[in-house]
Unconditional design. Structure first.
Length: 376
């Protein structure tokens, strides 16, 4: 069986790829996985995308496309991005025609859209995994033409037999195995996701000295090269007193093993509220300060999940300043026991067997279509 994985949400894709390998060994089922994704992090940026670097390291064949996209703001790259949309569809069609996969597993976003459109025209079955409560334009189109829709959160009103199912969000095995380490230090993990957040990085840079006077800081600033945030932060930290520099750990990106080690010792996470981050923090019961993306409702709704349970606080991006960031952190650290007491409730949101359930649904869809085709 040949499976194409695609989409802009790499974290659950990696967890699922590992589960495909595991189930293949356990059941003696031949599975060939191909990943179709972006070659660059963002339109106009020189940095390679996370998937183009990480996926080949897993032994999975990676095929790049130029998906194009509808951008929310007009920039010098907008026209080029629009022009690439039909190119992405043509590229996807030719790839799928050549590879002849049995099923498509989409993790949404503009990256998956051309692949899903091409798959539909070739009558290849599609299962899309939806991470968020609120859908963007690309995901709304993808869901309409998918054969199966897998939900990250249990929403009984949306579940329809044979079409919409609840699987939960795939969480990487290393994260599931994290065990908290006790320590006296107050450790903060700052992250803007794989690409990073320029807005958050600027704020952290301005607040860095004050942050380090109180806390140990682990900072994942992202792989985007357009703003040179990594160099900016490195330069700022190098000018600080030596005793503060020792308390700052900066990296563009952390692999799964490194992230698991961070989660084991961190007291608070500060960053965006993508569905994968929210699900991992809910499962591990780690308090957070979420700074949702300013556009769209997806991340705001994700953040609300843990805020309503008492495990997280929300700091809107429009209100983000060094003073507000420090104030929010001080409040959370002072009330850490209260936030930590909500961890058991938060863990109930997450389905631990989500990765296995999703993999089984993908295989079942491909097998059912094969049986139907033979009958026809």
């Amino acid at each position: 069986m040949k499976i194409v994985v695609t989409g802009g949400h790499l974290t659950p894709a990696l967890a699922t790829i590992e589960e495909f390998k595991k189930i293949s060994e356990e059941e003696g089922l031949y599975l060939e996985i191909i990943y179709i994704g972006r070659s660059k992090s963002a339109e106009g940026d020189k940095a390679p995308s996370a998937e183009s670097v990480i996926v080949p390291q897993t032994g999975v064949k990676f095929i790049p496309i130029n998906p194009g996209r509808l951008q929310r703001k007009f920039t010098i790259y907008t026209i080029g991005a629009l022009a690439k949309i039909p190119l992405g569809i043509i590229q996807s069609y030719l790839i799928l025609q050549r590879e002849k996969p049995d099923v498509i597993l989409s993790f949404g976003s503009y990256v998956a859209l051309p692949v899903v459109l091409a798959a539909k025209s070739l009558r290849i079955p599609i299962l899309t995994h939806e991470q968020s409560f609120s859908l963007g334009l690309a995901n709304r189109i993808i869901e309409k033409i998918s054969d199966r829709i897998a939900l990250s959160w249990n929403r009984p009103s949306l579940i329809k037999e044979g079409k919409v199912i609840f699987t939960g969000i795939p969480i990487r095995e290393e994260i599931l195995q994290v065990r908290k380490v006790k320590h006296k230090k107050k450790i903060i993990y700052l992250t803007g996701g794989n690409q990073g957040s320029h807005v958050i990085n600027i704020c952290v840079g301005e607040a860095l000295e004050e942050l380090l006077k109180k806390y140990y800081v682990i900072h994942q600033c992202g792989t985007l090269e357009f703003y040179n945030d990594y160099e900016m932060l490195k330069d700022k930290s190098s000018k600080l007193p030596k005793d503060l520099v020792k308390k700052y750990q900066l990296a563009k990106w952390y692999n799964t093993k490194e992230l698991a080690e961070i989660y084991a010792k961190v007291d608070v996470v500060v960053g965006r509220s993508g569905a994968n981050t929210v699900s991992e923090l809910a499962f591990l019961g780690i308090p957070a300060i979420f700074i949702p993306l300013s556009w769209g409702e997806e991340q705001k709704l994700n953040a609300k999940l843990l805020e309503n349970l008492g495990l997280a606080a929300i700091l809107p991006q429009r209100e983000l300043t060094p003073k507000r960031l420090l104030g929010a952190l001080d409040f959370l650290i002072e009330n850490l026991d209260k936030f930590n007491s909500k961890s058991k409730e938060a863990k109930k949101l997450v389905r631990k067997d989500s990765t296995r359930v999703l993999v089984q649904e993908v295989i079942k869809l491909a097998q059912n279509v094969k049986v139907k085709d033979k009958a026809d």
